[in-house]
Design a binder for this molecule. Structure first.
Ligand SMILES: Cc1cc2nc3c(=O)[nH]c(=O)nc-3n(C[C@H](O)[C@H](O)[C@H](O)COP(=O)(O)OP(=O)(O)OC[C@H]3O[C@@H](n4cnc5c(N)ncnc54)[C@H](O)[C@@H]3O)c2cc1C
Length: 437
């Protein structure tokens, strides 16, 4: 239950041993930051938050420098389930209850935006990342079905009509497993190769004139004063506007941000290629699946017909010793027929959890912006937040201000106790899931 304190870039900074790293499109190694540089806009972190912010700004004609501690997409953005799930992790119901109807209406107006940005990027820059359509939420119990019906009704009350309930038989059009009572499909969701999306966005960024440094961990930032300063071991960038997008991997480089979110790891593994026929038999529609439990399974077929299966969480962000052992039981509950299947890759990655599950953006000092805390569902949210940050930097604060003014809620017990308290909370919800109550 202890939090990991190790520096995220220990070792070479090379990509984790994921299936995605093994099947990544070729990418150049960008230079390390050395010496002193001036920049209009400096973005720290080349995950989707940083890439989206930087690319939106570069497209508007700003001069942008992006600095990454390891490689492009080294963090959650290059390791995730690849599931394009509309919405922020916190439900509209939670947002309505906590922040009121107007905020919920505002959020409902942008829940599909991230998926649209991703598709627009893929099309405009011809990014090869195996995009497929459809994401399905799977229900293991009747209570889960009731939850999904409520969620659909709530989304419809905000004018969002892209979801359809699936009974037990219809669910089998998407996943041939006896585990589920039914589910709900979002026809505007989808999935893709997440690292290749990030790599394609980095290429697009350079095509728009931006500069990228890799293998250059930022060790400190100065956010006071008109010109923020970023320091690495070998270099300094002095800029007009700084954007911090290190998310769960930023660690304690910026203490004001560290206390707002907690790193949490989740794990994935990839089977050997199953062959097109078998893959199609197991998941006929090609949509990706996530179930609706508190600690959920999420999975999909890769373009080369491997089952990519994820699940589990470790509060504090440590890597479990044996990822395969951790996920194997869950995989077999879904697909018992895969019991003799080889696992070729297993990996772990950290996302940033905020206590309310609502992602955060804001400002430190006059000219430093940040976004983080997508709480496990950030593929779409990070793209939307990047656009909203770019609008703010470009002078339109209207959407930025709504998020920046939402009061964030500290973890009970602060840094010392947030891990044990969260573990206790998750036991409670996992127990409810197991008991079906
Ligand atoms: C295993 C896993 C599965 C997931 N599955 C899904 C999914 O299927 N669907 C979904 O919606 N969400 C999923 N998520 C969450 C989603 O991946 C994240 O919310 C999203 O990628 C966050 O993007 P980001 O750019 O904010 O952070 P990251 O992608 O983590 O990027 C942060 C970057 O900042 C860099 N950085 C940090 N500190 C420094 C520093 N000091 N100096 C320089 N660089 C620094 C890091 O190296 C990293 O590259 C998953 C997450 C994980 C870990």
């Amino acid at each position: 239950m202890t939090e990991t304190a190790s520096h995220p870039y220990a070792g070479t900074g090379a990509h984790t041993g994921s299936y995605y790293a093994a099947s990544a499109n070729p990418a150049p190694l960008r230079p390390v930051l050395r010496g002193t540089h001036e920049a209009d806009i400096c973005v720290v972190g080349a995950g989707y938050s940083g890439l989206s912010t930087a690319l939106h700004l570069a497209e508007k004609g700003y001069s942008v420098t992006l600095i990454e501690g390891a490689r492009i997409g080294w963090g959650a953005s290059g390791r995730n389930g690849g599931q394009i799930v509309n919405g922020l992790n916190a439900s509209l119901q939670t947002i309505e209850a906590r922040y009121g109807h107007d905020t919920a209406t505002f959020v409902a107006g942008l829940v599909n935006e991230g998926g649209e940005i991703i598709r627009e990027r893929i099309a405009r820059y011809n990014i090869q990342c195996d995009l497929r359509e459809g994401n399905v939420f799977a229900a293991l119990t009747n209570r889960h079905m009731a939850e999904l019906r409520e969620r659909k009704a709530l989304w419809e009350s905000y004018g969002l009509r892209n979801q359809k309930m699936l009974d037990k038989a219809q669910m089998r059009d998407h996943v041939r497993s006896d585990l589920y009572e039914g589910g709900m499909i979002d026809t505007t969701g989808g999935h893709m190769h997440p690292l290749n999306l990030a790599l394609g966005e980095a290429d697009a960024l350079e095509a728009n004139g931006a500069t990228i440094f890799e293998m250059s961990p930022v060790t400190s930032v100065e956010t006071e004063g008109a010109h923020p300063i970023v320091r690495t071991k070998d270099g300094v960038i002095r800029c007009k506007t700084l954007v911090l997008c290190g998310n769960a991997y930023l660690g304690d480089v910026v203490p004001d941000l560290e206390k707002r979110v907690m790193p949490v790891s989740t794990q994935m593994m990839a089977t050997e290629p199953l062959g097109a026929e078998r893959a199609q038999a197991l998941m006929p529609s090609g949509a990706c699946i996530e179930d609706v439990r508190y600690i959920l399974d999420y999975y999909r077929m890769s373009a080369d017909n491997r089952l990519l299966f994820g699940g589990g969480t470790v509060y504090g962000g440590a890597d479990p010793k044996d990822i395969k052992a951790k996920l194997w039981k869950n995989l077999q509950k879904v697909f018992p027929e895969l019991k003799d299947t080889r696992i070729d890759y297993a990996w772990s990655g950290n996302f940033a959890l905020s206590f309310s599950r609502v992602p955060q953006m804001g400002r430190l000092g006059a000219n430093t912006y940040f976004a983080h805390g997508y709480s496990g569902h950030g593929v779409t949210g990070s793209h939307t937040f990047g656009r909203i940050l770019s609008e703010a930097i470009d002078g339109d604060l209207s959407r930025f201000d709504v998020f920046a003014n939402l009061p964030w809620i500290p973890f009970p017990g602060g840094r010392q106790l947030r891990v044990p308290y969260s573990v206790l909370g998750s036991w409670y919800y996992a127990l409810r899931d197991r008991l079906g109550v």
